[in-house]
Design a binder for this molecule. Structure first.
Ligand code: HEM
Length: 418
């Protein structure tokens, strides 16, 4: 008699908001990729060892093309992404062709130029928090508005339209299913989905108008410059610029927001490390911030589920044959805790260096805006703990609504006080 066992279900859920699910360490120790069942019914191979994740992310035999059969969408409802043809879902040469049009917007020099503006945005939010007095929800007070306003500035949303942009982006993520009086949980969920979809449609309209305006009158910002250079030359059409602007918003908003919220929660839960940060802010102008941000990115690996590939040919990884057409999920959160690559890998160590983690991916699709994300996080954590050195959670850690069910790790709310 043959006994067939169903591959385990994926995603596996975190049991602690800061640490990968315990199964990751077990899978990594076996050294071989593990086959899993996805929520939509398909299967995929999980890659967990540091060296294997690195090799897979560099390997041109693995495709990011969402339209290929076998691409491992985590859920059925994520499959609609296949219809949106933007460069993260393409392979080279198309991927390189389109990515190149945007690279100039994310150079170290451009990001340095943006820094004073980011500092101003953060300072204004902290002023508002201070006036309101604690306790406040750090997610709605700081984590969501900062990345939204930074993206608005990056794209070139006119000052007068930023409050509307902020409102719409917040509706995308905060339309949570809290049942109203007399409403069932299902009704509340449907209403929340409807609010999110309406906000999405509105944002798309907003972006179309914005791109049209930049075409008519290019300004000194991302959309203005790309419109003047690539849309004017015919290399990109207006609609492609609209959906790329939407992509930049989607790629950069919730990720950075979640790093702000989860990063703050992690710091507040590691008093020895928080003391190092505060000491550095007081004595050497926050010299520890770059390595602290790097370590929080590694330790929390909030976007570990955002990286998926399909094998284009039969190939061997960790002694296992992966066949052409099968899905492959390189798990940054497992690789970033691999003891073969990081000493004391499960420890949060803000002074860790070197720190060659995969929180931004690796290889051709590595995060286009990682310099921007790092800068935002340095500004936020520096300013937050300078302004509120006594910041603390306003509820016990186990009462914080962490987003255990989400694709990006974060928190739905983070009540803090000072
Ligand atoms: C790609 C993480 C912030 C834009 C990626 C990938 C990861 C990632 C893991 C690789 C996906 C893959 O290999 O398939 C993060 C994290 C962020 C962050 C953790 C914040 C802490 C941002 C921001 C933006 C952005 C602020 C833009 C404003 C992009 C784009 C890609 C990307 C355009 C696709 C690159 C390509 O396929 O060539 N990001 N990201 N990200 N990210 Fe980020």
């Amino acid at each position: 008699m043959t006994v067939t066992t169903e591959p385990p279900a994926f995603p596996m859920r975190r049991t602690c908001p800061f640490n990968p699910p315990p199964q990751y360490a077990e899978m990594r120790e076996t050294g071989a990729p593990t086959r899993v069942t996805l929520a939509g019914g398909g299967t995929a191979w999980l890659i967990t060892r540091y060296e294997d994740v690195k090799a897979v992310l560099m390997d041109p035999r693995l495709s990011s093309d969402r339209t290929r059969p076998g691409y491992p969408f985590l859920t059925d409802d994520a499959a609609y992404l296949a219809e949106v043809r933007v460069f993260p879902g393409m392979d080279s040469p198309d991927h390189q062709h389109y990515r190149r049009m945007f690279i100039k917007e994310f150079t170290a020099r451009r990001i340095r130029e943006l820094r004073p503006e980011v500092e101003r945005i953060v300072a204004e939010r902290l002023d508002t928090m201070e006036r309101a007095g604690g306790p406040v929800d750090l997610v709605t007070a700081l984590a969501l508005p900062v990345p939204s306003l930074v993206i608005a500035r990056l794209l070139g949303v006119p000052e007068a339209d930023r409050p509307r942009f902020l409102e719409l982006t917040e509706l995308l993520l905060t339309g949570r299913a809290v049942p109203a009086e007399g409403q069932s949980a299902d009704e509340a969920e449907a209403a929340a989905q409807e609010r999110g979809q309406e906000a999405f449609r509105e944002l798309l309209r907003f972006m179309r108008e914005l791109v049209k305006a930049k075409r008519a009158e290019p300004t000194e910002d991302l959309l203005g410059r790309v419109a003047a250079e690539h849309v004017a030359s015919g290399a990109l059409d207006e609609w492609e610029l609209v959906i790329t602007a939407m992509l930049l918003l989607f790629a950069g908003y919730e990720t950075t927001a979640n790093m702000i919220a989860l990063g703050t929660a992690a710091l507040l839960s590691h008093p020895d490390q928080l003391a190092l940060l505060k000491d550095s802010l007081a004595h050497d102008d926050g010299a520890i911030l770059p390595s602290a941000v790097e370590e929080l990115l590694r330790h929390l690996s909030i976007a570990e589920l955002a990286t998926a590939r399909t094998a284009l040919e039969d190939m061997e990884v960790g002694g296992v044959l992966i066949r052409a057409g099968e899905g492959v999920i390189p798990l940054a959160a497992a690789a970033n805790r691999d003891p073969a690559a990081f000493a004391d890998a499960d420890r949060l160590d803000l002074r860790r260096t070197p720190n060659r983690h995969f929180a931004f991916g690796h290889g051709a699709h590595q995060c286009l805006a990682q310099t921007l994300a790092r800068m935002e996080l340095e500004v936020v954590f520096g300013a937050l703990f300078r302004r509120f050195p006594d910041l603390r959670l306003a509820v016990p850690l186990d009462e914080v609504p962490f987003a255990y069910d989400a694709v990006l790790h974060g928190a739905y709310a983070l009540p803090v006080t000072w």
